[in-house]
Design a protein around this ligand. Sequence first.
Ligand code: PRP
Length: 186
Amino acid sequence: MVNVMEKDILKVLVSEEELKERVRQLGEQINEKYRDKRPLFLGVLKGSFIFMADLVRASGLKADVEFIAVSSYHNGTRSSGVVQITHDLQQDITGRDIIVVEDILDSGNTLSFLVGYFKAKGAASVSIATLLDKPSRRTKPVTAEFVGFNVPDEFVVGYGLDYAQMYRNLPYIGVLKAEVYENALD
Ligand code: PRP
């Protein structure tokens, strides 16, 4: 089969095998911390959907899942800082131990808003699991307890992460060729 996305990828940053092994390790860490609890895995749509599916299975816990969708009004590749909820929680999270699941922690705008929101809703605890972390871009003081990989400030796609809603279904994390997004701006 020809993967028609491959030609747009400059290089593989995290391979499929590396993702699998790291998610297994994160699942173990989460298992150790929450073994006696029933945490709520709370995925931030859309980017988290693949990581969420793999992480919740890797945890081996009696857990349940929930999703929230937000939009942060990006202009170009930068976030404006204004976070709006486009699909809200469908359950009461009072007293729950929340594991927020994200594909990437960048400026920290989204997670800084969401952690405050979940605490205001009465969560007993809120921790963050992010597959990728770009600490060099942080403008808000947000720290994730469970981090898959620190990545440089490059245009990464795959395993949930998109460019213009595409490439989320690449099985690895890749760096997009500049010509792909530069041509789109013409
Ligand atoms: C991405 C990512 C985080 C956010 C991180 O979402 O999934 O939610 O940006 O950036 P921040 O730390 O600067 O707030 P995006 O808006 O691209 O939407 P998506 O999840 O639907 O791809």
